[in-house]
Design a protein around this ligand. Structure first.
Ligand code: NAP
Length: 353
């Protein structure tokens, strides 16, 4: 039997009651023309919620987020490490803290990347998607997810089968809405046509999108507008590059950052983030705040999926919402500084397939 230690953070000793003013911080944004509305900032559990991080810190971050109006938590079958542990940890938090608030929460999961060995543990077959959703529900102690995503386009499985699997999950009551992630504009249009035919609530696309990687602006956003779908941007801070973490140092390890970033800390990228930081400073924002605000400007993302390793980061990021307006001159300056390939379009291959 698992031995439950007493929480190390004093507040966690008390049963959780969500802050009474949690819906007074910002407005919720409509996803396309659906009934789904999301907070401007949503919280992703890709990093910092696996078994390699203290459970109490995870719990503190989630409580803090919900108390401040962030009611959308994004997961996937393979988040961890190890893969699956983020859903398991989230499932424990559901039981300990969030069960009374289930109807207020928008919880998403996904399948499409490698999860278990063999042909049915990756990509977009009906067999994988149906089985994986069932497994995710069990881990998270949920009866249904609010959004279930095809995590990436599968070039070999007919798209009709993948979207048909999402449709089946909705009809089985296991998903309320469905989405696609990292699909190109062309594949998105095809997926939307199939969904329309089947009557599937395919309402949202989750692409990578940030100042240094605005690929979605060259076709995908226009397609989503046409299909009346919403956009939730992932990796908005380029995994920490668009923050003050690397303004003075490239020591990823000392900064507690992601080793995968090392290759991106080039002189060219560092010059870009220092210049962007100057623009942010003149706006009275930190670089992270400006990067998030930029994604929430008119015509860009519906919601932005942030990651956070502390409540301090969360608070700073929430501060972005105080200034979402950009002048034409600021936008032009940001585009000029950011131009060129920063080498951070890590999901490009899935998007163009
Ligand atoms: P991100 O916002 O680009 O990076 C988050 C990281 O930036 C944090 O973990 C933290 O790094 C750092 N950070 C955040 N706020 C900061 C601040 N104010 N000051 C300094 N550093 C700060 O997002 P991401 O984690 O790459 O992705 C966010 C979510 O998007 C994921 O959790 C997941 O839900 C989703 N996602 C989806 C896909 C997909 O294929 N659909 C792919 C990737 C991500 P440290 O942890 O080092 O402190």
């Amino acid at each position: 039997m698992e031995y439950e230690r007493l929480p190390s953070i004093p507040e966690l000793h008390r049963p959780y009651t969500a802050a009474a003013d949690r819906y007074e911080h910002f407005g919720y944004r409509r996803v396309g023309e659906s009934g789904l509305r999301l907070p401007p900032l949503s919280l992703g559990l890709w990093w910092n919620f696996g078994d390699n991080r203290p459970f109490d810190t995870q719990r503190e971050i989630l409580r803090h987020a919900f108390d401040h109006g962030i009611n959308h938590f994004d997961l996937a079958n393979n988040y961890g490490p190890p893969a699956g542990s983020a859903e398991e940890n989230f499932g424990r938090m559901m039981l300990k803290d969030f069960k009374p608030y289930r109807n207020e929460l928008v919880i998403s999961s996904k399948a499409g990347y490698d999860m278990w060995p063999g042909p049915y543990g990756t990509f977009g077959s009906r067999k994988y998607l149906l089985a994986s959703c069932e497994a995710s529900l069990k881990k998270m102690n949920l009866d249904y997810v609010d959004i279930f995503y095809s995590h990436r386009f599968d070039p070999k499985t007919p798209l009709h089968e993948t979207i048909g699997a999402l449709d089946a999950l909705v009809r089985q009551g296991k998903a309320t809405y469905v989405g696609i992630s990292s699909y190109s504009a062309e594949r998105t249009a095809e997926a939307a046509a199939i969904a329309k035919d089947l009557g599937t609530p395919l309402v949202i696309h989750q692409p990578s999108y940030n100042i240094l990687n605005p690929w979605v602006e060259h076709g995908l956003l226009q397609t989503l507008e046409k299909e009346r779908m919403g956009t939730i941007a992932f990796t908005p801070l380029a995994q920490g590059l668009l923050t003050d973490k690397y303004l003075e140092t490239t020591d990823v390890v000392r900064q507690g950052g992601r080793r995968s970033l090392e290759a991106q800390l080039t002189d060219e990228n560092l010059a870009k983030i220092r210049n962007l930081n100057e623009v942010a400073r003149k706006r009275g924002q930190s670089l992270a705040q400006m990067a998030l605000a930029w994604l929430l400007r008119e015509g860009a993302a519906t919601s932005v999926l942030i990651g956070a390793s502390s409540t301090k980061q969360l608070d700073e990021n929430l501060g972005a919402l105080e200034n979402l307006d950009f002048s034409e001159a600021e936008l032009a300056q940001i585009a000029k500084i950011a131009q060129g390939d920063a080498g951070i379009d890590w999901w490009r291959t899935s998007a163009i397939s």
